[in-house]
Design a binder for this molecule. Structure first.
Ligand code: DLL
Length: 436
């Protein structure tokens, strides 16, 4: 395997070196935080009035957690640590409730973030010879601009097309011989179902790699996409509160994502008690940004569930790896009293070869019971008029799901193109139970 580095010294730093850097950067961030109205109050309550009180990583425990609501309640400037004239970029998300959160970046913060993205891109084996088509939306969402600047820093040829308009995406991929995509897994699945319409086969494209992130997806979805397009797909994790993408990224070994520990402190906690969990145990990902001066944020509770791999990676990078996101503390469905994660359903259906590139999960209340329906698109070659074959497929999907989630879902089979299309983050769960 050909392993390349953007900044080998930092990427292969000893554990002691990483921890020392984390402590000194934490001290800088506490100094920034003491300038913000939010943290003046919060840190005073925790008994912290100077950066020197932070002496070792065990002092992290003394710092208060932060949550999305803190950002909302302190909108727009409660966490701003510099004069607005020093801010060079704002990102914002409206979230599902519509109350916005905002992230501020000074020039040095933007440089540091861009560097993390360049590092991530190079870790997947990309070089300046690659043609990079960025299909994540631009604007206040961090997925577009984040990778854009990172790819430019690497020297790749960047096509800043943004999301949507599948016909144009396919045309651009062909005309410019795009080799690398940045895209949500759901949109990459969708594009495959449209290739035929534009008389294109995957082998007519020049794709080698895709960076997939911004939404949860299963290992089976990755494998399916790799096979459909003949590419290597790399998992990419991040969130706006930590700047966006570039928090954790897979290297050429594709065995989960290096979390860039010179820039972020990672903790995994028990979401119920807030207590730290040992490496290898699944819990809530809690992150602290060490390289953002304009807006400090400590121990941010992401609600994402994952675990840490402590073993070294064959690539030689020393930054610990974060597992695929296994779900969120707030996406668990309770169906007739049984806990079900949408990711479990996806893992099963994407392992069934007849299943195509789209699915939806639907919940309704029938009498006093919950009804779970999984709607899947299947490849059109299955619709041959053979009803027995379709019934057998339905039963197979239902049995596989029941074996894993212990409840009996209804299965609907649909033709390609029948279910809603997602060009950005997918919303696959429709829960109509609350409406009653
Ligand atoms: O989605 C940033 C991003 C852009 C990451 C492009 C990767 C690629 P937000 O809109 O704030 O930021 O959403 C963050 O998306 O807390 C996770 O729940 C989810 N998420 C992001 N990446 C992954 C991933 C961007 N690789 C939220 N796997 C996070 C699973 C992911 N979930």
């Amino acid at each position: 395997m050909n392993v390349t580095f953007w900044n080998k010294e930092v990427e292969t730093m000893s554990r002691g070196g990483i921890e020392q850097l984390q402590v000194s950067r934490m001290q800088q961030r506490i100094a920034d935080a003491l300038k913000t109205p939010f943290y003046q109050h919060r840190l005073a309550r925790a008994g912290i009035s100077s950066p020197q009180q932070f002496r070792s990583l065990s002092d992290m425990q003394k710092l208060p957690f932060a949550a999305k609501d803190d950002l909302r309640q302190n909108y727009p400037t409660g966490l701003l640590a510099v004069a607005m004239e020093q801010v060079v970029r704002i990102h914002s998300s409206s979230g599902t409730t519509g109350i916005p959160t905002v992230i501020y970046l000074a020039q040095e913060d933007l440089n540091a973030w861009t560097d993390l993205l360049a590092r991530s891109i190079v870790a997947t084996g990309c070089t300046r010879k690659d043609v990079f088509q960025n299909m994540m939306s631009y604007g206040l969402f961090t997925g577009g601009l984040g990778l854009h600047y990172g790819a430019e820093r690497v020297g790749m040829t960047v096509i800043p097309v943004g999301g949507g308009n599948t016909q144009r995406q396919i045309q651009l991929m062909k005309n410019f011989k795009t080799t690398v995509l940045h895209i949500t897994p759901s949109y990459l699945l969708h594009i495959h179902s449209r290739l035929n319409e534009f008389k294109t086969r995957p082998q007519d494209l020049h794709l080698k790699k895709a960076f997939l992130g911004a939404e949860p997806y299963s290992e089976n979805t990755r494998l399916k996409l790799e096979e459909l397009y003949g590419i290597d797909a790399y998992n990419s994790y991040g969130l706006s509160e930590m700047n966006g993408p570039g928090v954790a990224f897979e290297c050429v070994y594709k065995q989960d994502m290096h979390l860039w520990e010179d820039a972020y402190i990672l903790e995994i906690i028990d979401p119920a008690t807030g207590q730290p969990l040992p490496d290898g145990e699944k819990g809530e990902v809690v992150l602290t940004n060490l390289v953002r001066s304009a807006m400090p944020l400590f121990r941010y509770r992401t609600r994402d569930l994952a675990f840490v791999h402590p073993e070294p990676c064959p690539c030689g990078r020393t930054h610990r790896r974060l597992s695929r996101i296994q779900g969120r503390t707030d996406d668990m469905l309770i169906v007739n009293g049984v806990n079900v994660f949408p990711s479990q359903i996806e893992e099963v259906i994407m392992s069934i070869p007849e299943v195509g590139t789209n699915y939806m999960i639907h919940l309704a209340r029938v009498g006093s019971l919950d009804k779970l329906t999984v709607k899947v698109e299947i490849y059109s070659k299955m619709f041959t008029g053979e009803l027995n074959a379709l019934d057998a497929l339905k039963n197979r999907i239902r049995d596989r799901l029941r074996a894993l989630i212990t409840i009996n879902p209804s299965i609907e089979l649909h033709e390609p193109g029948a279910l809603p299309v997602f060009e950005g983050k997918a919303k696959r769960v429709v829960d109509e139970r609350e409406k009653l």
